[in-house]
Write a new protein. Sequence first.
Length: 68
Amino acid sequence: MKVSVIVCTYSSGMMNHCLECINSLKNQSYDNLEIICIVDGNEEYYRKLKEVLDKDTKLYLNEKTWGY
């Protein structure tokens, strides 16, 4: 069974934590894992993540901030 994990992030100040989280997920023993990262309304941060994440991680951008 495939497991999807969604990582939500919004601030480029949290980039190290976000990358740490994603790397930790990739190092899990479960093989059938899909990682989805959603950036909430921060296009600059989205572009930075897009440069460093590999193609195995699906990356999406909310056009506006939905979090509170």
